[in-house]
Design a binder for this molecule. Sequence first.
Ligand code: PEP
Ligand code: MN
Length: 336
Amino acid sequence: MIIQLKNGITPEQKDEIINKLHSINYSANEVTTQIGSYLIGIGKLNFDIRELGFMPGISDIHIVSDNYKLVSRKWKVSPTMIDLGDGISIGENNFSIMAGPCSIEGEENIQSTLEHLKKNNVRIMRGGVYKPRSSPYSFRGLGLDGLKIWYKLAREAGIKIITEVMQVSQIEPMYDYIDIYQVGARNTQNFNLLDELGKIDKPVMIKRGISGTIDELLYSAEYVFSGGNEKLILCERGIRTYEKASRNTLDLNAIPILKEKTHLPVISDPSHGIGIRDHVLPMSLASIMAGADGIMVEVHQRPEKAYSDGQQTLDYNEAVDLYESARKTYNLRRSL
Ligand code: PEP
Ligand code: MN
């Protein structure tokens, strides 16, 4: 059960509601986000909801049968929009493209990517400065120094930054230089990281775990929301299956299922999802038709020279084709 509290609720009124919940054997979890205050009641529905309905301080009560509550669409039917400022937002009625290299490689790489994105009206640049690599000997990113250069150049270009945060200690130093924290597939169930991201006022995009179920992704989002941050985006990036012909199996099923289960925006990452450059375009279009609110793709001026993930990275010409087809496909879906 989600109890939405009124803005001006007094501490006494809140205590009364909590006592009432305890008296009917419900636990009461207080959640205060940038947008609202809630009490999440967990228990068995064997009481008359009208007993609560009359209590002062309550603006609405929702019975949510899902085990995750705040991210469920069962109480919030209207889709969540994430406003990044400067006219850029993510979610329903907006098609988002996040593009850039797998790893941020240096000033020339940043400048070249920004110019390419600007020319093509792509407003969000992706790229890792902290890279989770399977081998410790692979390139592991430029770190905070690289991020600061990127931030300066991206601000000049009017482009927003999404980049991966790998551990709690990076959250604070990164805060001033990014627009969206990305939680990578290897960290989807790093609950300490999720708890800490709940305490900040910046959007967070959570990728689906490599072997994670759809529900597990929703629970991860619930961690951040219940921690106090409801600026959330979800990302399907492929799961590990028995199939070896592709890097991962982009789970297109997850897109309409997530859109039905949650009010949060859903982004698809076909670059990691299939891992094969030539197939990133069709999988992007398929994701859009399946209901994705946007796509994240890896793009590089010379993919064959990229420090990481070159095999799945588009060159600029391929990327331009993709942006155009993706926008057309989004408009087509909306017109159906
Ligand atoms: C990435 O987007 O840079 C990345 C590492 O993706 P994932 O966490 O999905 O593997
Ligand atoms: Mn990559």
